[in-house]
Design a protein around this ligand. Structure first.
Ligand SMILES: NC(=O)C1=CN([C@@H]2O[C@H](COP(=O)(O)OP(=O)(O)OC[C@H]3O[C@@H](n4cnc5c(N)ncnc54)[C@H](OP(=O)(O)O)[C@@H]3O)[C@@H](O)[C@H]2O)C=CC1
Ligand SMILES: Nc1nc(O)c(N)c(N[C@@H]2O[C@H](COP(=O)(O)O)[C@@H](O)[C@H]2O)n1
Length: 347
């Protein structure tokens, strides 16, 4: 008897995943998002090893600014694949990840599929949220599609602005390096830093102090609202009950009502993703699982960031566990699985 093939089980035809396959797998029918929703329709996008780790390093490398900037200018952080889709035939930016097995001789070329799918989320997102640690780890972090076909789809088919709003969730924005972090110095981005009331004013001060004659990004103000690109906005939101961090439910409501964000991608680590789940704020989990086991500690002995975090998070009994309903599965090569889940909450 022939094996039953479910329609959502497929293989991508190329590492440079064709647009129609991208749309089929990760497309969002905005019609299914209830108009009455008091928050954005929200998904996370993660690449993780088979043992559930999200990065080889556990600690930010901000002390290495000079090294990072030098290696960027030497082109070390730029991967050139045989399968390319930007206009000039190159892929730019801080691209495929070690977690996505980019250096493995057999799997490496297929890691481009993971990067294409990461970019795919940015096509549909009105805003992309990352966290303090993400910025500290990656000085060049930005969430703008680098592929021409994706940018064109975003602008011409979906009718969206060139770039999603960049949201940073933190309680210590004062500690960011505003002079060097790409995101705070980009003429084409609107960055919104969501932080605590205790942190907000001093963070704003630090940002203003970092501006010099060469700085292109300005502090957001009501007057510049109409042309928000190239501005950085600091927002203090109320704390969660009995906590020292922002109330995430309030934050999501604010994004929808104040910034008109209908579709939000979470590009943060496991702790943020997990908190969003605990508060029933996440609609989908998008996960690239790569066939490698790396263990829980990095070379300094510190714990590596993990899928869904664990410390201080809620636990559920068998009647209240969060149910992951499979929306789609794709594979490519022998080492990459792409999983799309809808979340059903019972707590
Ligand atoms: N493989 C992958 O797909 C991805 C991997 N990563 C990696 O994951 C690691 C980070 O993961 P992890 O350590 O779990 O951290 P998270 O990215 O989950 O971020 C946690 C941080 O988010 C901020 N935060 C969370 N909740 C709140 C709140 N309610 N109010 C205010 N601020 C809040 C705080 O930032 P602060 O400390 O600034 O106050 C907190 O420390 C990095 O190494 C990164 O590179 C990240 C994204 C994707
Ligand atoms: N390639 C990729 N796919 C995803 O789905 C992602 N969410 C990310 N995010 C980035 O992955 C980085 C992992 O670290 P390494 O480059 O392997 O050291 C992490 O920093 C996120 O920015 N990437």
């Amino acid at each position: 008897m022939a094996a039953r093939v479910r329609p959502f089980l497929r293989e991508f035809t190329a590492a440079n995943v064709p647009m129609e396959e991208v749309i089929e797998f990760y497309g969002i029918d905005t019609a299914v998002i209830p108009v009455s929703m008091q928050r954005p329709y929200t998904w996370s996008n993660t690449v993780a090893t088979i043992d559930g780790f999200m990065n080889f390093d556990s600690t930010p490398r901000v002390a290495d600014w000079d090294k990072a900037l030098k290696s960027r200018s030497n082109g070390e952080n730029v991967i050139n694949h045989k399968s390319k889709s930007t206009k000039d035939g190159s892929v730019h930016g801080s691209v495929e990840s070690d977690v996505a097995l980019k250096r493995h001789p057999q799997a490496g070329p297929f890691s481009l599929a993971d990067y294409r799918l990461l970019n795919a989320g940015w096509i549909y997102a009105d805003a992309v949220l990352s966290s303090g640690p993400c910025l500290r780890v990656d000085p060049f972090l930005r969430h703008v599609p680098v592929f021409e076909d994706m940018l064109s789809y975003r602008k011409n088919v979906l009718g969206k602005s060139s770039n999603p709003i960049h949201i940073v969730l933190t309680s210590s924005a004062t500690s960011f390096d505003y002079t060097n972090q790409t995101m705070f110095n980009a003429a084409d981005l609107h960055v919104v830093v969501i932080t605590t009331p205790a942190d907000c004013d001093s963070a704003k001060e630090a940002f203003i102090l970092s501006r010099n004659t060469k700085s292109v990004s300005k502090l957001w103000s009501d007057e510049t609202h109409a042309k928000a690109q190239g501005t950085v906005r600091f927002v203090a939101l109320p704390l969660a009950k009995a906590a020292i961090t922002v109330d995430l439910t309030v934050a999501m409501h604010w994004l929808r009502t104040e910034l008109d964000v209908h579709c939000l991608e979470i590009d943060a680590g496991g702790s943020v993703v997990r908190r969003m789940i605990d508060f029933k704020l996440l609609d989908e989990v998008r996960l690239t699982q790569t066939g490698q086991l790396i263990g829980s500690h990095d070379e300094t002995g510190s714990v590596r960031p993990s899928l869904f975090g664990s410390q201080g998070m809620d636990s559920y009994d068998s009647d209240h566990s969060v149910i992951f309903r499979t929306l789609g599965i794709r594979a490519i090569g022998d080492h990459h699985l792409f999983l799309r889940y809808a979340l059903d909450y019972r707590h």
